[in-house]
Design a protein around this ligand. Structure first.
Ligand code: NOJ
Length: 513
């Protein structure tokens, strides 16, 4: 059973480096988030996910944590973060922090201790083979960097040694079982981190690489799942309102492991990618469903989604997202009118939607050199564009000190300009989210079923008692359908019902009820 407040939750993801800088040092900060809470609320978002904001050498933008209990000074102090929790709660906004349980930075004190030749409390906190020349066959590993004779496993980049939660089937002396006291100590240490921030006032966690804990796990991830179920028992007892969203990409498994929600991510060939990111496919042509006249079919999405939806119904939520800090922004291949329809769909799906900062104004993906381990992801992490003033309102600092450059285009979208234009993407997002809050049928638990997904027809689906119709292409599409006495409650473009026929003009969307 998912936390009750998720029923009507809409999340806003903040990459803290780039949201709003209040001390002119060129990088965003907690006070900046506090100052923009009214903007977020007005947009229709009532929950935040803040990317890792803990002390770190920032070789992977903070996903390399050096101290789980101390925030990175560049964002402020722990007290500033507590203040952010309070200020958000006063406005009815919940806050999830980013928990990175699979690895730490190589500069974390636990790892420094683990590297020592002499045995100590942290020797088994990471996964080491028994000899400096013994490879960890089948896993990425590093040797030759410590006084301890052994090689250690990595969980992601070189700077991120894997924490030790044990192996499902240990077949070497250096592999601990999942119930070895030292493997359990790692899990308890992570629970301690969670308690620390939950007591400080956060409302839960987005969990990085949630499926990566137990090594040599089976396909069902039974070893890792057992750990998360244990964590869930702790939460149910001590923090029953806390919410957990996983980066797992398998909602049935993640929800069975005790998560409230799992992200629907953009894996190449996966259903979600076919909606907006089909340029990942190998014929190099973009047949994204929301790309006008690109010949995309909604069924490539539905084939995967409906199986997951049926499997997870009443157990928790699938979390669709506009984008995140790891993906190209949707504006990369979709223009603002295409984005309106894509968001209309994402924000009227069941489950819990996530909006990445800046996607509400259609910020562009910029072609930039890598920053803090971002590589191709860097172009989606640029400063939020608030207005037409210096540094597009992100910072009063010097341009050369900015964390990343702002969009140099003459027509760079900004919040200020779009607020003044009733037909802007920003105002459409506001209307869509207001509609979602107004009708329970559109929220997390409202039923979803497909009425028509035939090529050449409008895509028509039901949410509870509401009927929704969508046509991303340029020519009008019709469907013989008795819509009874339903009226158009909301529309983008033009949709009409007459004589048992539903007509959805090109690039149009409507909610009927
Ligand atoms: C997934 C995060 O979203 C990504 O940004 C990070 O680089 C990896 N996990 C490693 O923590």
């Amino acid at each position: 059973m998912a936390a009750k407040w998720l029923k009507d939750a809409v999340f806003y993801e903040i990459y803290p480096q780039s949201f709003y800088d209040t001390n002119a040092d060129g990088i965003g900060d907690f006070n900046g988030i506090i100052e923009k809470l009214d903007y977020i609320k007005d947009l229709g978002c009532n929950a935040l996910w803040i990317n890792p904001c803990f002390d770190s050498p920032f070789k992977d933008a903070g996903y390399d944590v050096r101290d789980y209990k101390k925030v990175a000074p560049r964002y402020g102090t722990n007290e500033d973060l507590y203040h952010l929790f309070d200020a958000a709660h006063q406005k009815g906004i919940r806050v999830l922090l980013d928990l990175v349980p699979g690895h730490t930075s190589e500069e974390h004190e636990w790892f420094r201790m683990s590297q020592k030749a002499e045995k100590n409390e942290y020797s088994n906190r990471y996964i080491w083979t028994n000899f400096c020349f013994e490879p960890a066959v089948g896993f990425p590993y590093i040797g030759g960097e410590s006084e301890r004779s052994g090689t250690y496993l990595l969980n992601f980049f070189k700077c991120q040694p894997a924490l030790n939660y044990g192996f499902l089937k240990p077949d070497k002396p250096w592999k601990l079982s999942v119930d070895h006291p030292d493997a359990i100590a790692t899990r308890e240490a992570m629970k301690d981190v969670m308690r620390f921030w939950l007591r400080g006032g956060c409302d839960g966690f987005r969990v990085d690489m949630a499926a990566s804990l137990v090594k040599g796990d089976d396909e069902q991830k039974s070893g890792t799942s057992a750990i998360w179920r244990d964590v869930r028992r702790m939460l149910d007892l001590e923090f029953p309102d806390a919410a957990m969203v996983s980066e797992w990409s398998n909602p049935p498994l993640a929800l069975r492991a005790g998560y409230d929600m799992d992200f629907y991510l953009n894996h190449p060939g996966g259903g979600y990618s076919t909606l907006m990111r089909d340029y990942y496919n190998h014929d190099a042509e973009d047949h994204s469903y929301f790309k006008k006249d690109a010949g995309g079919s909604i069924n490539r999405f539905l084939d995967e989604y409906l199986v997951w939806y049926e499997d997870t119904k009443d157990k928790g939520y699938i979390a669709p997202l506009t984008c995140n800090h790891d993906t190209l922004r949707p504006r990369y291949n979709l223009d603002p009118s295409e984005l309106k329809l894509a968001y209309a769909f994402l924000f009227t799906l069941p489950g819990v939607p996530f909006l990445y900062y800046g996607d509400e104004i259609g910020m562009r993906y910029l072609d930039l050199p890598t920053k803090e381990g971002g590589y191709f992801r860097t172009g989606s992490r640029t400063p939020m564009q608030w207005n037409s003033s210096r540094n597009l309102g992100f910072s009063e600092g010097n341009e050369e000190d900015l964390y990343l450059p702002v969009d140099p285009a003459q027509d760079a979208p900004t919040v200020e300009a779009q607020e003044k234009d009733p037909s802007s993407l920003l105002n459409t997002v506001k209307e869509l989210l207001a509609l979602r809050h107004r009708y329970e049928d559109l929220q997390a638990d409202g039923d979803f079923s497909v009425i028509c997904s035939e090529p050449g027809r409008p895509f028509v689906y039901r949410r509870g008692d509401l009927l929704l119709a969508l046509n991303p292409d340029s020519a009008a599409k019709e469907l013989s359908l008795d819509t009874g006495d339903k009226k158009v409650l909301f529309r983008i473009g033009n949709v009409s019902t007459a004589d048992g026929k539903l007509t959805v003009e090109g690039q149009s969307f409507a909610v009927l009820g």
